[in-house]
Design a protein around this ligand. Structure first.
Ligand SMILES: [Zn+2]
Length: 284
């Protein structure tokens, strides 16, 4: 059963959103106010005569105009002079923003992605890829959906170094290079470029040597063997040891099947993303 508009409005308010999408009999799929459940277009049509009359009066009635100007000057003056009032207003705004940040994945994604893009520009001094404008919404969604305990990170670091410390690659701020990383791992701040061991640093394709190539990498093989032989599964990636989350005694074939399935899922997600971009590309 479809939820009622009241229920949808309540859910939107709980998420900290001012509007929600619903069907209007006159306007179809439209934004509605979470406070009153009214369709935005219907409401603005209802308000139009009143607003037009007020605008006309503002233009033609000097006394009315002066009164309005006086009102906004008073409010501004009060904000400037009354520190307590100003702080109370700021606190309300901060609380609203933090509520929205916690409850609204879209808002959170926009903010986080914006910060990450800025950091990328600062660190590299570079320009965004030509796809950035087309990918941005999908990137924001990724950042917004990042669960608690994880960070979004660049698979190939912004400034990626070889073992000797020389910069050998620049990871782009793009959909294929932005990945979810457990915070504990991200805090180790790895900046190394090692595509032999780290498949996330390979090109996003299913060919041999690509990110979605189903042949296990070295660390993956050591995981699979450890699981099969009931050993403590510690994987060494770029000199950092990870205790891996595997079930001891798992047959090699099962591990391989799980790996293939996971890679298949990632490959499909990437192909869907590329198809979405191609739809947005202007016709040549
Ligand atoms: Zn409407």
């Amino acid at each position: 059963m479809k939820p009622t508009k009241s229920a949808m409005a309540r859910a939107a308010r709980e998420r900290g959103e001012r509007t929600f999408m619903a069907t209007c009999i006159r306007h179809g799929e439209q934004s509605h106010y979470a406070s009153t459940r009214a369709c935005l277009l219907c409401q603005s049509e209802r308000n139009a005569p009143k607003n037009a009359a007020a605008a006309e009066r503002y233009r033609s009635d000097p006394e009315y105009r002066a009164r309005w100007r006086e009102r906004s000057t008073t409010a501004r003056r009060k904000r400037r002079k009354d520190a307590e009032y100003r702080e109370a207003e700021n606190a309300k705004e901060r609380e609203w923003r933090s509520h929205r940040f916690t409850n609204n994945a879209e808002f959170r994604g926009r903010k986080r992605e914006g910060v990450a893009a800025n950091n990328w520009r600062k660190a590299t001094g570079g320009n965004m890829t030509g796809w950035y404008g087309l990918e941005r919404e999908a990137l924001q969604q990724k950042y917004g959906e990042c669960p608690e305990g994880f960070d979004m990170d660049h698979a190939i670091p912004k400034i990626a170094k070889a073992v000797q410390g020389k910069q050998v690659a620049s990871g782009l701020h793009c959909w294929a290079n932005v990945i979810q990383t457990p915070r504990a791992v991200n805090n180790m701040k790895r900046t190394q470029f090692n595509p032999d061991n780290n498949r996330l640093q390979r090109p996003a394709n299913q060919f041999p040597g690509g990110a979605f190539d189903p042949t296990p990498t070295e660390p993956e093989w050591s995981l699979i063997k450890a699981a099969a032989e009931d050993l403590k599964s510690v994987v060494n990636i770029d000199g950092v040891e990870y205790v891996a989350d595997v079930i001891p005694g798992t047959p090699v074939e099962v591990c391989l099947a799980v790996l293939r399935e996971a890679l298949e899922r990632e490959a499909l997600a990437y192909e869907d993303h590329v198809a979405m971009i191609e739809q947005k590309l202007p016709e040549c």
